[in-house]
Design a protein around this ligand. Structure first.
Ligand SMILES: [Zn+2]
Length: 456
């Protein structure tokens, strides 16, 4: 056991075995050296943490920093994005290395590794990604990813006009991924249905945000989940469905899991905490994302999926555009870049739900850090308050609140403007270092560690 440098005394700790009042001892090597009964541990520095809740640092599996999409690039980079992540209680992110025009999968991974190296403040992993352009070369490169510490590859079933893959291409890629031990992250929306939906809304003259929402139906998502899960079953690939938004998809996943299929899936805070009525607003473009935010019935099903374990993770799908990029009122939805800023709000929103009693704390930890860490093969080094784990610890004052109207994200709007959430993050430790202390940040660009992901 390494020497204890700091003890968080008497904290309300959400441990893998349940929640209890404890002392958490941080070791000089940046790991959790010991967890004991309240008052049982001592060190040079003892912090009275009575009344605060401790959870493991968040692991956000779905982040797009400095990402080119729809003719524009997100406003943040690894420094501003991971700074916001730390303020929001997320100490590990996983970035998608999506090939830019002309790049192969390996080109994009190499570029992303360079972008992150001297810039990241949080720890980070890199996801590979294969797109339509240079597909053949990229698929041939996939077996090389594990040696680079990359265990995942993202593909898109939608957007076949720019980056998406056809079902045949997906099936071949899944086969290669299965043989290489790669987990495949799938954006599941049936492209033909989406195209027909868009054409229909445009024919009706419905080119605003409401048209966007109607053009991408829950059924288009669910049919793609089913079709791609079937391909995964046939090829033996380990797949993870990103940003589930609909009741039908949850039912599809639950039914397949009940039959023993090995599938993973996430949803995102905006599908859990926001309503499709936002699209009727004149500034509704701020909430344009794909799939779109849905109605209460779908939202209720997603919450059930979070609670019953059908969903493994809640990830931000952080895409940090500003109001200018989203375009003036009246912009055709086909010209609005898709995605919402959210890296900083993910954990606070879930914490608010926990304090309100809608989400057990243990389940919060499972979807915000433990589950994501397991998908990457990083648990229990990440995603657990346990002896031997990295001392990534978030302390929360459950009696305070968080204003969701402002953030450290590199944008000029909040999707949650006017809302607040119960509970406030007061401190964040990253590998034992106190990096967020109230409003202060003490972490320099480049101090985030690259995490290599074990293939499965
Ligand atoms: Zn995404």
């Amino acid at each position: 056991m390494s020497e204890l440098t700091t003890v968080l005394r008497g904290v309300d700790a959400v441990l893998p075995g349940g929640r209890r009042t404890a002392d958490i001892g941080i070791g000089s090597d940046g790991t959790i050296a010991a967890i004991g009964d309240a008052g049982s541990l001592s060190a040079r520095q003892v912090r009275d943490a009575a009344g605060l809740v401790a959870i493991p640092g968040g692991v956000d599996l779905h982040v797009h920093l400095d990402t080119y999409f729809g003719g524009t690039t997100t406003r943040d980079d690894f420094t501003t994005g991971t700074r916001a992540a730390l303020f929001g209680g997320t100490t590990t992110i996983a970035q998608f290395a999506i090939p830019r025009p002309g790049e192969t999968t390996l080109d994009a991974a190499e570029r992303t590794e360079v972008e992150a190296r001297d810039a990241a403040l949080s720890d980070y992993a890199v996801h590979g990604s294969t797109v339509r352009e240079r597909y053949e070369e990229s698929v041939a490169q996939l077996p090389e990813l594990p040696a680079r510490g990359i265990g995942t590859v993202k593909i898109f079933a939608a957007y076949t006009d720019v980056i998406g893959l056809t079902p045949d291409q997906i099936e071949r890629l899944l086969g290669v991924a299965a043989r290489s031990g790669l987990t495949v992250f799938i954006h599941a929306e049936t492209d033909d249905d989406v195209r027909a939906g868009i054409a229909h809304e445009v024919d009706l003259g419905e080119t605003g945000p409401v048209g966007h929402a109607r053009s991408r139906t829950p059924a288009a998502e669910t049919s793609s989940v089913g079709a791609n899960a079937e391909l995964a079953r046939r090829t033996g690939a380990r797949v993870y469905f990103v940003h589930m938004s609909s009741a039908g998809s949850i039912a599809e996943l639950a039914a397949r899991r009940a039959r023993g299929e090995r599938l993973f899936a996430e949803t995102c805070p905006h599908y859990l905490f926001l309503d499709e009525a936002l699209y009727a607003r004149s500034d509704g473009a701020k909430w344009i994302c794909s799939p779109p935010i849905r109605d209460a019935a779908n939202r209720d099903a997603l919450w059930r999926g979070v609670l019953d374990g059908t969903l493994d993770a809640v990830s931000s799908d952080h895409n940090c555009f500003d109001v200018d990029q989203k375009g003036p009122v009246g912009t055709d939805f086909r010209k609005v870049p898709n995605g919402l800023p959210g890296i900083e709000f993910r954990v606070p929103l879930l914490v608010g739900a926990a304090i309100e009693g809608r989400l057990p704390w243990e389940r919060l930890v499972q979807v915000s850090s433990e589950g994501p860490a397991k998908v990457l093969g990083l648990w229990p080094r990440k995603g657990a308050l346990a002896a031997g784990s990295d001392a990534d610890i978030v302390l929360i004052d459950p009696g305070a609140s968080t204003d969701l109207g402002t953030s450290h994200m590199a944008t000029d709007y909040s999707p949650y403007a006017g809302q607040s959430s119960r509970g406030r993050i007061v401190s964040v430790y990253r590998r034992g270092d106190l990096v967020v202390d109230g409003a202060n940040l003490d972490a320099r660009p480049g101090s985030g560690h690259r995490l290599t992901v074990r293939p499965n």
